[in-house]
Write a new protein. Structure first.
Lengths: 334, 282
């Protein structure tokens, strides 16, 4: 379904949703840092900059409670999570590189055992993607097969037009429902020109070639070459829209407390450290290899998808200048 | 819980500590009985599977289920106190409550072993993942051929399940060969002295129609596999279980992989053929 929505009507739509009690999550400035967070008014939405962290946290928060416990004498009682924790949500202004990662993450959280924390939020969230009009030199979505107008993951997709309004296309039942429930705000498509999309300065990488090289090169001098400078800070994983490794820890006393699930990173030494002292990935090159392997081989082996959407955040935050795009490009040319 | 079809996969079952057994100065076995009456019947597991055990306030730790599925009504786990969670689990007394999530992972294809001779080779604290299968076999004794157990530890004190070793030694339908490292034997020691691979070679079980199950520290496995090969075992006749640091046990948290193999889902039980196909990352 193709529609047009004016800037004014998009504001009205979001404010109406907020008033109706829907949680609206959008890029906004939090103390000068752009983040995807719940907004109280459409005026708070700020889509000018790529949010510092990805949109995955709307489904998979940095840290969340997964149960609580209370001890009385020798008995312990457990409290499960209140379903009200997962409200109806509209996630709006999502960059294509962020939206595209969400269906990729569906695979790991829904195969075999179902992670309701991710999947309930997923069920209750409508994603409104926004075409990207500004790339910087770290962006490489085009290198991994996406592009600034990519609609993967979006229920509704907005393309900014020269008059300030948006061309709006629906890609799912959730998208249709949102349009149908607010018909008066959407008009028929117009002939107004779209703003020109961003043009990341990267060539498409042959990911099949990358994978077949990785299939054969678990041991390779490349890993030492890249990773000797990696400091294992884990920042790349924390800003990544597709990294999903997590830790489970108890916080509290013996009497009462919570069990929490929080983001973790394969770059950390402790990630695979056994209580016995043994560590199968004891050195940084082994951990960095796992990062590349997981994104471009293991996840593909298991789910047929790549765990990278080319958002470039890991390139921007890396304190020692490791550039995953150029590493993968180098591999593709081997 | 969000609705009837969904449930919190991270929520453990509650179990009462029914018995505490000290195996060695730092290895302890807990016998656990589920607090939910129905669960005591419905908790079905297979030999080789593992669980996540909670000491609330400290967190979860991963161990195999050390008891045999042929013994209903309870489960057992054996662990060495080496970290925060195991130290807390060690503080539990009879009647205390702990958490259990599971059973997880694959298991030994026990039915495929029917009619075959079984050789168990274990070192130190690695007997529990084999003990579940040993009792499974002994409880269905007529389904298996000869049963040989080669078990070693650094010292006499480090041998776990001493009561059971004694029982196996007394039984005429089991051949137990126990050993301790040179210097680990006391004056009363009635077993062998030597490293497990050497003693296995000396014991020389016939490979024909036999399954070998090996579990122990990496160095023991490294030297045991060539011995089995020399005795004529093929890689498909040899099984082992891997362990890795785990958090979810459910194929999600991303840390227990060896290459693209997830120990929690694809394992923990592997044949030597599968192990040899993996990258050296364990």
């Amino acid at each position: 379904m193709q529609k047009y929505i004016s800037q004014q009507n998009l504001t009205t739509l979001l404010d109406t949703l907020i008033k109706q009690g829907t949680r609206v999550v959008a890029p906004h400035m939090n103390a000068g840092v752009p983040l995807y967070e719940p907004i109280q008014s459409a005026a708070d939405m700020a889509t000018g900059q790529l949010p510092r962290r990805s949109a995955k946290e709307a489904f998979f928060p940095v840290c969340e409670d997964i149960m609580s416990y209370e001890k009385e004498g020798q008995r312990i009682s457990l409290k499960d999570i209140d379903p009200a924790r997962f409200p109806e949500t509209v996630l709006v202004g999502v960059r294509p590189c962020d939206a595209a990662a969400i269906p990729v993450l569906d695979e790991v959280f829904s195969w075999d055992y179902k992670d309701e924390f991710f999947l309930e939020r997923r069920k209750k969230t409508t994603i409104i993607g926004l075409a990207c009009t500004a790339a910087d030199d770290a962006c490489f979505c085009t290198a991994v097969g996406l592009f600034p107008g990519e609609t993967k993951g979006s229920d509704l997709f907005l393309t900014p037009l020269e008059d300030g309004g948006y061309a709006c296309e629906s890609y799912s039942d959730k998208g249709e429902t949102l349009i149908n429930g607010n018909k008066e705000l959407f008009a028929e498509p117009t002939k107004t020109k779209a703003l020109s999309l961003a043009e990341p300065q990267t060539e498409k990488i042959d990911l099949k070639k990358v994978k077949s090289w990785l299939d054969e090169h678990f041991e390779d001098p490349l890993w030492d070459g890249i990773a000797t400078r990696c400091v294992g800070c884990g920042a790349c994983a924390f800003v990544c829209p597709a990294c999903h490794c997590f830790d489970i820890v108890d916080e509290g006393t013996e009497k009462a407390g919570k069990r929490r699930k929080s983001w973790d990173a394969c770059g950390f030494w402790k990630f695979t450290h056994h209580a016995s002292g043994h560590n199968p990935r004891d050195l940084q090159p082994k951990r960095y290899r796992n990062r590349i392997m997981h994104k471009f081989k293991y996840y593909d082996d298991k789910f047929g998808q790549t765990l990278c959407t080319g958002c470039g955040r890991c390139v921007r935050v890396c304190p020692v200048g490791i550039d995953i795009a150029s590493i993968v490009e180098e591999i593709s040319k081997k | 819980m969000c609705d009837n079809t969904n449930k919190n996969i991270y929520l453990p079952y509650l179990a009462t500590v029914a018995e505490v057994i000290d195996e060695t100065p730092d290895v302890r076995t807990l016998k656990l009985v589920f607090q939910d009456d129905n669960l005591r019947e419905s908790f079905i597991y297979r030999a080789g599977q593992f669980a996540e055990y909670s000491a609330f306030g400290a967190g979860e730790a991963t161990f195999c289920i050390a008891s045999s599925p042929t013994r209903a009504g309870y489960i057992e786990c054996s662990f060495r106190s080496v970290g925060r969670v195991t130290e807390e689990l060690r503080r539990l007394e009879v009647g205390d409550t702990m958490g259990v999530r599971g059973p997880y992972g694959n298991s030994y294809p026990v039915e495929e072993f029917y009619g075959k001779n079984m050789v168990f080779v274990a070192g130190g604290i690695a007997l529990p993942p084999l003990r579940t299968l040993i009792w499974n076999c002994l409880d269905q004794r007529d389904k298996f051929g000869d049963i040989t157990i080669v078990y070693g530890a650094r010292t006499e004190a480090d041998l776990v399940y001493k009561r059971e070793l004694h029982e196996w030694q007394e039984r005429s339908d089991v051949r137990l060969v126990k050993t301790v490292d040179p210097g680990g034997n006391g004056p009363e020691w009635d077993g062998k002295v030597g490293f497990v691979p050497t003693i296995l070679e000396e014991t020389a079980p016939a490979a024909e129609n036999t399954i070998a199950l090996v579990c122990g520290p990496p160095i023991m496995i490294k030297f045991t596999l060539p011995v089995l090969e020399k005795l004529g075992f093929t890689d498909d006749q040899v099984y082992t279980t891997l362990e890795n640091r785990m958090k979810c046990g459910l194929g999600k948290c991303g840390r227990c992989n060896v290459g693209n193999v997830y120990v929690c889902k694809d394992g923990p039980v592997f044949t030597a053929r599968q192990i040899k196909a993996m990258p050296m990352e364990f």
